[in-house]
Ligand binder design. Structure first.
Ligand SMILES: [Zn+2]
Length: 141
């Protein structure tokens, strides 16, 4: 990405509401999947990876990751909850948090999740129901 291009995550944070916001993090449902419960945790501040995080961001990262994972487990019958961060497409720290249910085809399990198709998108009504549940789960802390 050219440094002169605006960061799409910074842009999105200005323009589109998230499920939940803490001092350092935003939580939103992914728009590039049909996996209901596929959540992104985005740093509110623009930085590449945890090497550039402040001590406060490091401390709150574990907490938000646990709260999101617990929320997913409450709302989706996940056998596993995958978490990973790559930063290749958008160099703004964000974490993919993906429930893997028993329904997911075997080829997409484990590292296969990286080949999961971005389209079609999930039913927006299901995402809304999930997002409402996640917002409630996250606000109860
Ligand atoms: Zn950014």
């Amino acid at each position: 990405m050219q440094s002169k291009q605006p960061c799409p995550i910074c842009q999105r944070q200005k323009n589109s509401p998230a499920i939940f916001e803490s001092e350092d993090w935003l939580v939103r449902h992914s728009s590039e999947t049909n996996i209901v419960g596929y959540v992104l945790i985005e740093a509110k501040r623009h930085f590449l990876d945890m090497a550039e995080a402040t001590p406060a961001e490091c401390a709150s990262y574990g907490e938000i990751l646990q709260r999101v994972t617990k929320g997913i487990r409450r709302l989706v019958p996940a056998e596993r909850v995958y978490t990973f961060t790559l930063g290749e497409v958008v160099p703004h720290f964000h974490v993919h948090v993906i429930p893997r249910t028993s329904q997911m085809p075997r080829g997409y399990r484990g590292r296969g999740i990286l080949t999961y198709p971005l389209e079609p998108k999930a039913d927006s009504a299901l995402i809304e129901i999930f997002s409402d549940g996640m917002a409630k789960a996250l606000s109860k802390h």
